[in-house]
Design a protein around this ligand. Structure first.
Ligand SMILES: [Zn+2]
Length: 200
């Protein structure tokens, strides 16, 4: 018999499915939550459900948003001729904070990863091509993590986009290899955007 009650084991198992949460952390979170009053837990569960119900995906850039089109896609002051391609929705607030970018975004929904079986058809690549062909686009900035999957995806996309006669740039080398855009500090990221280089 396991010394941990079965319901707790199940919950710990659920938590380990979250990114960056190992068994030890999962256990700590579950025991912490159990000590909370039932109302707190109900409110927590409700917030989760509400977020899932109320948050939609922008039909233009595919980021999570309150409405579609999202506030960035609907803003006429944003440059339509320059598109910043990111892997996930959560990369956008980080780039927005730098104020170094005034174009629009496209969220891929992940990165090409042969090891994990993520092929381009599982990402918003066809949708990207459609946008690029429609809008008189001048430049695409590939703002992907400087790790193996980010590199693979950047190379794949550059090959796809360049024949369309659109300039393809990527973030400058200020970001250390293996870094995560989500945790990059604003100054480093701003330099990486303003110092972006054309992909040859
Ligand atoms: Zn949008």
């Amino acid at each position: 018999m396991s010394p941990t009650p079965r319901a707790l084991e199940r919950l710990i198992q659920e938590f380990t499915r979250l990114p960056g949460i190992g068994p030890k952390t999962a256990e700590r979170l579950v025991y912490y939550l159990l000590k909370q009053p039932k109302e707190v837990l109900s409110a927590f569960a409700q917030s989760l459900e509400q977020a899932k119900d109320e948050v939609t995906t922008c039909a233009q850039c595919y980021r999570f948003s309150d409405q579609s089109p999202c506030s960035i896609c609907a803003d006429p002051r944003r440059d339509k001729t320059i598109l910043c391609v990111v892997a996930e929705s959560q990369n956008i607030p980080v780039i927005e904070k730098t104020s170094a970018f005034h174009g629009r975004y496209h969220v891929l929904g992940g990165l090409v990863s042969p090891l994990e079986g993520v092929t381009p058809d599982k990402l918003k690549v066809t949708e990207l091509e459609t946008r690029l062909k429609a809008n008189g686009m001048k430049e695409v900035i590939l703002a992907l993590n400087p790790d193996l999957d980010g590199e693979t995806t950047s190379l794949y996309l550059a090959k796809l986009i360049k024949p369309l006669g659109i300039k393809v740039t990527r973030l400058a080398r200020g970001l250390p290899m293996g870094a995560d855009l989500e945790y990059a500090d604003e100054v480093t990221l701003e330099n990486a955007i303003t110092g972006r280089r054309e992909v040859n």
